[in-house]
Each structure stands twice: as structure tokens, then as C-alpha cells.
Design a protein around this ligand. Structure first.
Ligand code: NDP
Length: 327
């Protein structure tokens, strides 16, 4: 079968389309024909060496497709079932082997590309809005990269929970997308001469001087200081990624000085711990998509062989919503 292989840690050019043997399917796993594979920032961290993995490797951890066969111990999936998955390695391929607990049954009304586009970023947006900081009416949230994959979904979920949402984006097109997702105010953070000083000032202007209850920050290195300075007293910084690079070591005393602030650094896997939790999050996600109350934007589709271009676009801030690879 065809798969994208990354030969060693490095830039997008280390990835190429290769012929690899079809992987064996153990008794407790499911073999799926991949119809769409999601491209995520974590794929770029692994490819570049920011997160340590063994090479050569096939990148990709999410997608959707049709079950080809299921191992003898698999209790629910059968040949021909439509499924989606996350937390599964080697998804940039024509076939992938998925564990039962990482696999979700896709409702008939949801196309495979939409299912693939909603898994990792949708489940992330769900735990961010419901669990890392449980938003309710009366809260104001600042969401960085508001037109990104997580950003568009998180903005819609936060607005649906009654929160006021302020977002940051880098272009006029992204500002329009973010507004359409339900942002009450959109800030062009690319236009600031000094992001760390200017962004908190604008956020305080928008919140009668108080600051926001929560900042959802997946940008990291460049926004971290501005995020902390944008929080209200006893506010929470949810640092969930580092699209601009990792945040350097940090003096805890700054939380005291900032107003008894909290910081959490969550990861999706820890919010999909039990069968009930996975069913709750995926159930609400799929229900909202089917009902039309959650819109999943697929910003770009690349043929599988162009995975390197997909990574260049994501890392170059040229994407909106979800980026998919189509085998
Ligand atoms: P996005 O689609 O949001 O793309 C990243 C966006 O970050 C860009 O489009 C850009 O938006 C913004 N950005 C700002 N500075 C930079 C920079 N220097 N380089 C690249 N991008 C930059 O990606 P995802 O939705 O896939 O992921 C968003 C973040 O969420 C990532 O950090 C990812 O690692 C994290 N994540 C964390 C999870 C967790 O459980 N902890 C799970 C899933 C994702 P703009 O141009 O508007 O600034």
C-alpha cells in the first residue's frame, strides 16, 4: 500500500510517498481503508523532532474511512462500517490499524471528510470548553488563532455555552471566518508593534478593564505573556499548544502577581480516558454536526502524496479550519 514516510526528523521535505507492506491486524484491532486523514499540528511537532518519535515513521493520528476487517476480539465494528479515529499512529496511508477504543462509529448523515475533520480538533475543542475551563453564560474567553482548526470549533462551542468570545487572527479573511463562527470581537494581533503590551490593553478595553476569565492559547511562545496579562483576577490560562514554538520555563510567582491566576497544560488523551467520556464527547460532537449547530470548515484538501505541502501550509499560517489528506 501507499503511505507517507518520514525518513528522519526535519522539515516537510523528509516526508515522501512510499510503498510499504500492509500492516497486520491484531485480534483486538480494526483495519480501515482511509478515505481522509487529518493533518494536525502534532504531526509537525513529531516530524520536526520537537516531540521525540522513532524514525522512519508514518505520520498522522486521525482520519475516517471504511472498515476492511476486524480482529476476532473486536466487539462492535464489522466490514463495511464507517468509522473515524484519533490517537492512532500511521494515518497518512491508504490503510491504518486502529484500536477499538480510539475508533468511533460515524453517523450516516456525516460524510467521511467531515468526520475526519472533526475528530482531533473537535474533541479538543469539546474538552477545552467543557472540562479544562467549564464555560457558562457570563464568562468571557479569549481564543487565539480563532480561524484555525481548533479555533473555529472552540469559538462555536463557547458561544453555544453562552460565553462571550474574543479571538485573535492574522488576516482579514481569518477575521471574517472567526466572526461568522460567533466571535463577538476579533483582534488582528499581527498588526501590533508590541504584542505583549498591546494585546492585553485591547482586551481590557473590551472588558471594562477586567480582563477575560479564560485564555485558550494554542499559539504558545509568541502569545504566552500577552495571554497571562489579559486575564482577570483568578483567571485561567489554558495553554494547549505551541504553534509558534514552546513556552520557555516560567516563574510561578507570576501567577500570584497577576491576580491568583491558574495555568493548565492539557492534552487530549487525558480527556478521553473512559468509554463513557469518549461516548459523551463524540456523541455531543456528532449530534451538533448533524443538527447543523456546529459547522466544520475544511479549509484545504491535499492528495496524500502532497503531505509535505500540507505541512508547509499549516506551519506557514496559510490554512483555515481543517487540512485533510486524501489517499
Ligand atoms: P491551527 O489551524 O489553529 O493552525 C495554527 C494557527 O496558529 C495558524 O493558522 C496561525 O493562525 C496561528 N499561529 C500563530 N503564530 C504561528 C506561527 N508562528 N506558526 C504557525 N502558526 C501560528 O492548528 P490546530 O487547530 O491544528 O492546532 C492549534 C493548536 O492546538 C496547536 O498548537 C496544536 O498543537 C494544539 N492542539 C493541542 C491539543 C491538545 O490536546 N493539547 C489537541 C489539538 C491541537 P493566525 O494566522 O490567525 O495567527
Amino acid at each position: 500500500m501507499k503511505a507517507i514516510t518520514a525518513s528522519h526528523a526535519g522539515g516537510p521535505e523528509v516526508m515522501s510517498l512510499t510503498d510499504v507492506p500492509e500492516p497486520p491486524c491484531p485480534a483486538d484491532k480494526i483495519r480501515v481503508r482511509v478515505e481522509a486523514a487529518g493533518v494536525n499540528f502534532i504531526d509537525t511537532y513529531r516530524r520536526s523532532g520537537v516531540y521525540k518519535v522513532d524514525f522512519p515513521m508514518i505520520p498522522g493520528s486521525e482520519g475516517a474511512g471504511t472498515v476492511l476487517d476486524a480482529g476476532a476480539d473486536v466487539t462492535w465494528a464489522r466490514e463495511g462500517d464507517r468509522v473515524s479515529w484519533t490517537s492512532t499512529s500511521a494515518s497518512y496511508a491508504e490503510q491504518v490499524i486502529v484500536g477499538q477504543s480510539d475508533c468511533y462509529s460515524v453517523p450516516e448523515a456525516i460524510a467521511s471528510d467531515v468526520a475526519a475533520a472533526s475528530m482531533l480538533q473537535g474533541l479538543t475543542a469539546h474538552y477545552l470548553a467543557n472540562s479544562s475551563f467549564a464555560l457558562t453564560e457570563g464568562h468571557t474567553a479569549l481564543v487565539h488563532a480563532g480561524a484555525g482548526g481548533v479555533g473555529l470549533l472552540l469559538t462555536q462551542m463557547a458561544a453555544a455555552r453562552g460565553a462571550r468570545v474574543i479571538t485573535t487572527v492574522s488576516t482579514a479573511e481569518k477575521a471574517e471566518l472567526s466572526r461568522r463562527a460567533g466571535a463577538d470581537a476579533v483582534i488582528r494581533y499581527d498588526q501590533f508593534a508590541d504584542l505583549t503590551a498591546d494585546l492585553p490593553r485591547v482586551v481590557r478595553d473590551l472588558t471594562e478593564g477586567r480582563g477575560v476569565n479564560v485564555v485558550y492559547d494554542g499559539v504558545g511562545k509568541t502569545t504566552f505573556d500577552a495571554s497571562l496579562a489579559s486575564l482577570a483576577t483568578r483567571g485561567t490560562l489554558v495553554l494547549f499548544g505551541g504553534a509558534s514554538g514552546p513556552v520557555p520555563p516560567f516563574d510561578l510567582q507570576r501567577l500570584n502577581a497577576g491576580g491568583s491566576l491558574s495555568i493548565t497544560r492539557p492534552s487530549l488523551g487525558h480527556f478521553l480516558h473512559t468509554t463513557d467520556e469518549r461516548a459523551w464527547r463524540s456523541g455531543e460532537l456528532f449530534e451538533a454536526i448533524v443538527a447543523g449547530t456546529l459547522r466544520v470548515r475544511i479549509g484545504a484538501k491535499f492528495p496524500l502524496e502532497d503531505a509535505a505541502d500540507a505541512h508547509r501550509a499549516l506551519e506557514g499560517r496559510r490554512t483555515t479550519g481543517k487540512v485533510l489528506l486524501i489517499p
